[in-house]
Design a protein around this ligand. Sequence first.
Ligand SMILES: Cc1ncc(COP(=O)(O)O)c(C=O)c1O
Length: 497
Amino acid sequence: MPSTKGDVPLISPAQNGLAAENFIHQSMAIIMEDAVKKATDVREKVCEWRSPEQLKELLDLELRDGGESESKILQRCRDAIRYSVKTTHPHFFNQLYAGMEPYSLVASFIVEALKPSLYTYEVAPVFTLMEDAVLRKMIEMIGWEEGGDGIFNAGGSMSNMYAVNLARYHHFPDIKEAGLSAVPRLVMFTSQECHYSISKAAALMGIGTKNVYMVPSDNRGKMIPSALELLIKTAKSEGAVPFMVNATAGTTVLGAFDPIQEIADICEKYNLWLHVDACWGGAALMSNKHQHLLKGIHRANSVAWNPHKMLMACLQCSAFLVRDKTNLLQRCHSSSASYLFQQDKFYDVSYDTGDKSVQCSRKPDAFKFWLMWKALGTGELEERVDRALATARYLAEEIKRREGFRLVMEPEYANVCFWYSPPSLRNLPDGPELWKKLHTVAPVVKERMMKKGSMMVGYQPHRDKANFFRMIVISPQASRLDMDFVLDEIHNLGKDL
Ligand SMILES: Cc1ncc(COP(=O)(O)O)c(C=O)c1O
């Protein structure tokens, strides 16, 4: 047998299993110390801010012909952790996710070590069954008594895109083969407060962002149903064809819940697909006390729900769920690749779920939720939601009590939006001059908190409102003491402005 082909040896250099194991052991120790223990230690910094130029220099990013020593690579691991933002730190409130969830983290490690891809039962038997079990339970919590279908995917934006595609396919099944020429001008409806992925979906799918009709919201950020109906009539009078409504359960900025029952009535009246984007607010379904926020969700045709947000599963963990028993997801997305989905396999091929997906390789994200759900039970998940909302309420009360702080509105969920006025602005009369100055406060406070590394809280302008802070409260990540810390720290960082 030849041992070379041309000048290329046909025998790989023996992989040193022991050296690989040793390297993984050493890096695991670094991960444990720096990315888990230190990252979640309240006495440590949330971030080590560096400008892109500084960071490029520090990280020595260039990839070269020769490899580096193991000790150098371990140092690179330490540096990657050091200069990354610690989103698991107790003072990270910047996004709709936060916190370290140990069971979910271990599930992620297992998944990375096993490297499965969730398309066929033959390569991912365990995770296929786990995904099914988690989807069933989520479907039960939504209240679809006759069952349904679903798929975990790479994020809530993707779930919303699935919804748009499925709604369109449901109304115009010819589109799959004939393309856009098979459909009239289609119009979809969503509130002004919706997540931007709805418009992205319209752009991606050839619907066009101008055909996303933005329904006005009330002053609490909830879609106004009568305005929805008016816009549906407008679209029809233009000769366009309305096909779906997206209702948001837990909006990104204000945490508002659209009135699903009334929207569902309108969808029934006009035969429109109802999708509920519950990526953020879906967690309230876990709570007896707060599930009323999503009243009527069982009437939706599809739901997007991200356990990686309020429920703290590791990123990404995002489910798209459909109230359908006719294999719509499969019919809409399948392409029946003969090298993956052979119909003459020796096992029940209904367990080969990958053809429902628009992805080929797909991570078994449901495992990250399944393991933590097993460990904590529904009871603890419910308590977490209740505690987060109680802590958000505490923060709101504290804001009302403290001089210089003002709520944008009473929180309905875990988004607490507020302004901070430094002492120099407190005696200015309410008017454009004050708001112009207030608008500049949050960006400076944000810059200071980042450079100090003490915490991360988001801010934004919103419609006609000047820049305000948006605190996101996720439990058990955040306690009452952390709420006090945030308000004290904002005052300390901004009192001289
Ligand atoms: C209401 C809402 N929907 C969808 C998304 C998108 O989720 P993802 O970040 O997983 O794509 C977000 C993200 O914050 C959101 O707030």
